[in-house]
Design a protein around this ligand. Structure first.
Ligand code: FES
Length: 135
Protein backbone atom coordinates (compact mmCIF):
# COMPACT_ATOMS: atom_id res chain seq x y z
CA UNK A 1 0.00 0.00 0.00
CA UNK A 2 2.90 2.31 0.70
CA UNK A 3 4.10 1.90 -2.89
CA UNK A 4 0.73 3.09 -4.18
CA UNK A 5 0.80 6.00 -1.73
CA UNK A 6 4.25 7.05 -2.92
CA UNK A 7 3.21 6.67 -6.55
CA UNK A 8 0.04 8.76 -6.19
CA UNK A 9 1.42 11.40 -3.82
CA UNK A 10 4.98 11.77 -5.10
CA UNK A 11 5.88 10.05 -8.36
CA UNK A 12 2.77 10.84 -10.37
CA UNK A 13 2.65 14.58 -9.52
CA UNK A 14 6.39 14.82 -10.15
CA UNK A 15 5.99 13.13 -13.54
CA UNK A 16 3.00 15.33 -14.50
CA UNK A 17 4.89 18.51 -13.48
CA UNK A 18 7.83 17.43 -15.63
CA UNK A 19 5.72 17.14 -18.78
CA UNK A 20 6.02 19.86 -21.33
CA UNK A 21 2.41 20.09 -22.46
CA UNK A 22 1.84 22.95 -24.90
CA UNK A 23 -1.09 25.31 -24.41
CA UNK A 24 -2.17 25.03 -28.06
CA UNK A 25 -2.23 22.20 -30.59
CA UNK A 26 0.31 24.11 -32.62
CA UNK A 27 2.68 23.91 -29.68
CA UNK A 28 3.04 20.15 -30.18
CA UNK A 29 5.08 20.85 -33.32
CA UNK A 30 7.66 22.66 -31.19
CA UNK A 31 8.20 19.79 -28.71
CA UNK A 32 11.61 18.16 -28.57
CA UNK A 33 12.18 14.45 -28.96
CA UNK A 34 12.67 14.14 -25.21
CA UNK A 35 9.32 15.91 -24.60
CA UNK A 36 7.59 13.42 -26.88
CA UNK A 37 9.24 10.47 -25.13
CA UNK A 38 8.09 11.85 -21.77
CA UNK A 39 4.53 12.10 -23.08
CA UNK A 40 4.42 8.43 -24.16
CA UNK A 41 3.37 7.00 -20.74
CA UNK A 42 0.63 9.62 -20.38
CA UNK A 43 -0.65 8.99 -23.90
CA UNK A 44 -0.59 5.21 -23.40
CA UNK A 45 -2.38 5.40 -20.04
CA UNK A 46 -4.99 7.74 -21.50
CA UNK A 47 -5.51 5.42 -24.48
CA UNK A 48 -5.93 2.38 -22.23
CA UNK A 49 -8.35 4.31 -20.01
CA UNK A 50 -10.44 5.46 -22.99
CA UNK A 51 -10.46 1.95 -24.49
CA UNK A 52 -11.57 0.49 -21.15
CA UNK A 53 -14.41 3.00 -20.93
CA UNK A 54 -15.53 2.19 -24.48
CA UNK A 55 -15.30 -1.52 -23.78
CA UNK A 56 -17.35 -1.22 -20.60
CA UNK A 57 -20.08 0.94 -22.07
CA UNK A 58 -20.12 -0.13 -25.73
CA UNK A 59 -18.32 -3.44 -25.98
CA UNK A 60 -20.30 -5.29 -23.32
CA UNK A 61 -23.10 -6.04 -25.74
CA UNK A 62 -20.68 -7.46 -28.30
CA UNK A 63 -19.42 -10.38 -26.24
CA UNK A 64 -18.76 -13.58 -28.11
CA UNK A 65 -21.86 -15.77 -28.32
CA UNK A 66 -23.93 -13.00 -26.82
CA UNK A 67 -26.39 -12.92 -29.72
CA UNK A 68 -29.89 -13.84 -28.66
CA UNK A 69 -30.99 -17.32 -29.59
CA UNK A 70 -33.55 -17.61 -32.36
CA UNK A 71 -35.03 -20.76 -30.85
CA UNK A 72 -36.24 -19.85 -27.37
CA UNK A 73 -38.19 -23.00 -26.45
CA UNK A 74 -38.76 -25.52 -29.24
CA UNK A 75 -37.22 -29.01 -28.84
CA UNK A 76 -34.27 -27.59 -26.89
CA UNK A 77 -33.18 -31.10 -25.91
CA UNK A 78 -32.37 -31.87 -29.57
CA UNK A 79 -29.09 -30.76 -31.18
CA UNK A 80 -31.02 -29.60 -34.27
CA UNK A 81 -34.72 -29.02 -34.90
CA UNK A 82 -35.69 -30.85 -38.05
CA UNK A 83 -39.29 -31.42 -39.09
CA UNK A 84 -40.39 -33.76 -41.83
CA UNK A 85 -43.85 -33.78 -43.44
CA UNK A 86 -45.31 -35.62 -46.38
CA UNK A 87 -46.53 -33.37 -49.16
CA UNK A 88 -49.79 -35.30 -49.30
CA UNK A 89 -50.50 -34.26 -45.70
CA UNK A 90 -50.23 -30.56 -46.43
CA UNK A 91 -53.70 -30.12 -47.93
CA UNK A 92 -54.73 -27.01 -49.87
CA UNK A 93 -52.55 -24.57 -47.95
CA UNK A 94 -50.31 -24.46 -44.92
CA UNK A 95 -48.35 -21.83 -43.00
CA UNK A 96 -44.94 -22.73 -41.58
CA UNK A 97 -43.62 -20.73 -38.68
CA UNK A 98 -40.44 -18.76 -39.30
CA UNK A 99 -40.39 -16.82 -36.04
CA UNK A 100 -39.76 -19.86 -33.83
CA UNK A 101 -42.40 -18.77 -31.32
CA UNK A 102 -45.41 -20.81 -32.42
CA UNK A 103 -46.93 -23.22 -29.90
CA UNK A 104 -47.76 -25.45 -32.90
CA UNK A 105 -44.27 -25.35 -34.43
CA UNK A 106 -43.46 -26.00 -37.26
CA UNK A 107 -46.89 -24.61 -38.11
CA UNK A 108 -47.68 -20.93 -37.64
CA UNK A 109 -50.23 -20.12 -34.93
CA UNK A 110 -50.09 -16.34 -35.34
CA UNK A 111 -47.71 -15.73 -32.45
CA UNK A 112 -45.49 -13.77 -34.83
CA UNK A 113 -48.02 -10.92 -34.65
CA UNK A 114 -47.42 -10.50 -30.92
CA UNK A 115 -43.66 -10.72 -31.41
CA UNK A 116 -43.76 -8.16 -34.23
CA UNK A 117 -45.74 -5.72 -32.08
CA UNK A 118 -43.43 -6.11 -29.08
CA UNK A 119 -40.11 -6.13 -30.96
CA UNK A 120 -41.03 -3.82 -33.84
CA UNK A 121 -40.09 -6.72 -36.09
CA UNK A 122 -41.61 -7.99 -39.34
CA UNK A 123 -41.30 -11.76 -39.31
CA UNK A 124 -44.05 -13.93 -40.75
CA UNK A 125 -44.81 -17.47 -41.88
CA UNK A 126 -43.96 -19.31 -45.04
CA UNK A 127 -47.29 -19.85 -46.79
CA UNK A 128 -47.59 -22.79 -49.15
CA UNK A 129 -50.69 -23.43 -51.23
CA UNK A 130 -51.49 -25.72 -54.06
CA UNK A 131 -51.94 -24.21 -57.49
CA UNK A 132 -55.46 -24.32 -58.81
CA UNK A 133 -56.22 -27.65 -60.45
CA UNK A 134 -53.33 -29.39 -58.68
CA UNK A 135 -54.04 -32.44 -56.54
S1 FES B 1 -46.12 -18.04 -35.35
FE1 FES B 1 -44.16 -18.02 -36.18
S2 FES B 1 -44.44 -17.24 -38.13
FE2 FES B 1 -46.37 -17.28 -37.32
Amino acid sequence: MEAIHIFVKTSLPKYLRSLNVPKTFGGFSKLSGEDWVNLVPLVLCTAVFVMAIFRIFLGGSRKKNALPKVNQSIMKEDPKVVTQMDIEDIGEKIAFCRCWRSKKFPLCDGTHNKHNAEANDNVGPLLLRRAEGEK
